[in-house]
Design a protein around this ligand. Structure first.
Ligand SMILES: [Cu+2]
Length: 127
């Protein structure tokens, strides 16, 4: 019984940690949370050199992958920027915007596992 209680307590702690976004966000970072099959927020604004942290709180693996065209659902480069977290579950992954990214660059991103199913298309804009 004591062991079961400990496991339950650990589970609540894990959920609390996930709800908090796995700890403090670095001051130079931006976070996208995937929950209920949606990117939140859907549109993010980033500065050159900034790190984007992607936290998957769903029960299915997802990715955040750049595409050259918002309708293609094929990994690709847009305005010289490419990123791909790869499919992942139960953790947080990150990518960094190049220091020489041109302000005004627009990068659509999507999930390589599910394409547009439920997710919609995320949009990243360089400030
Ligand atoms: Cu997905």
């Amino acid at each position: 019984m004591r062991g079961a209680r400990w496991v339950k307590g650990w589970g609540v702690g894990l959920v609390a940690a996930l709800m908090a976004g796995c700890g403090p966000l670095p001051s130079d970072g931006v976070r996208v949370t995937i929950y209920d099959w949606h990117y939140t927020p859907t549109h993010i604004r980033v500065k050159p050199g900034q790190t984007v942290w992607v936290l998957n709180m769903d029960t299915a693996p997802h990715s955040a992958t750049s595409a050259s065209d918002p309708g293609s659902f094929v990994p690709g480069e847009s305005d010289g920027i490419f990123f791909d977290t790869g499919p992942f579950l139960g953790e947080e992954r990150s990518f960094t915007i190049p220091e020489d990214a041109v302000p005004g660059s627009k990068v659509p991103y999507f999930c390589t596992v599910h394409h547009d199913f439920e997710h919609g298309v995320g949009r990243l804009v360089v400030e």
